[in-house]
Ligand binder design. Structure first.
Ligand code: HEC
Length: 217
């Protein structure tokens, strides 16, 4: 029995020692062996801050700041700055649709009037495709991008017949980029309208290149 009380007392001591009595107040900062990023110099949105002379943490935009998607006169940039156009308008160029159907072909708004313009456009498409699509669809569009190596299933291979222009019109690619499809997220908020068409042109280029390669064999 004596040993029982001894053991009991020891265990009680150990428990109190390890977990301590909670709820005490200390006036000194605790010792921190790994401070991580507990203390940082930073501004918190909506909080006062002594760093600026007016003691506001939140700042007003610099004078003459031009909001994204607006022209200098403060008006919404409709048909104004292609880099800043993300859609919201009607018509084939902005939706990929012609009436109730998907359209196909190059919209006149792209103004690809000569070969140089078309070449530059496809180059732009390659650049954007490599940035936004190749991680999943692969640089050649075969669906074997880096994410597929990490197990993302079912990524479309653009060289299959069901993604060729005859079965999968340009407007449908536009729709997929804009709003996503099944497992694929939407890119309409990241990729401006004109760049979506550039990517489509490049996807078509990849398909044609692959076809002529297969034929040559
Ligand atoms: C995060 C990975 C990922 C990225 C990035 C991605 N996709 Fe996809 N995409 C997928 C997956 C997964 C599918 C298959 C979707 C399904 O059928 O559920 C798919 C399907 C598609 C399809 C066929 C949709 C259909 O109707 O079956 C097209 C066209 C397409 N992607 C184009 C693109 C283009 C163009 C880009 C670049 C702007 C892009 N994707 C970026 C993962 C991605």
């Amino acid at each position: 029995m004596r040993y029982f009380f001894l053991a009991y007392a020891l265990i009680a001591l150990l428990v109190v020692g390890v977990f301590g009595v909670r709820g005490q107040h200390f006036s000194k900062p605790p010792y921190r062996i790994f401070p991580d990023m507990d203390d940082q110099d930073k501004l918190k949105a909506q909080k006062p801050d002594a760093f600026f002379h007016d003691n506001h943490g939140a700042r007003l935009p610099v004078a003459q700041t031009q909001p994204r998607g607006f022209n200098e006169d403060g008006k919404l940039a409709v048909g104004g700055i292609p880099e800043y156009e993300f859609g919201g308008q009607t018509g084939y160029y902005y939706t990929g649709h012609v009436g109730d159907y998907f359209g196909t072909g190059t919209p006149a708004e792209l103004e690809l009037t000569d070969e140089a313009a078309a070449a530059a456009f496809i180059h732009r498409g390659k650049e954007r495709f490599d940035i936004y699509c190749s991680v999943c669809h692969g640089k050649s569009g075969d669906g074997q991008g880096v994410t597929s190596q990490y197990g993302v299933p079912g990524i479309a291979n653009f060289h299959l017949d069901n993604f060729k222009p005859a079965t999968y019109p340009d407007g449908r690619i536009f729709e997929t980029i804009t709003n996503g499809k099944g497992m694929m997220g939407a890119y309409g908020y990241n990729i401006p309208v004109r760049d979506r068409w550039a990517i489509i042109a490049y996807v078509r280029t990849l398909q044609t290149a692959k076809e002529s390669q297969t034929k040559a064999k």
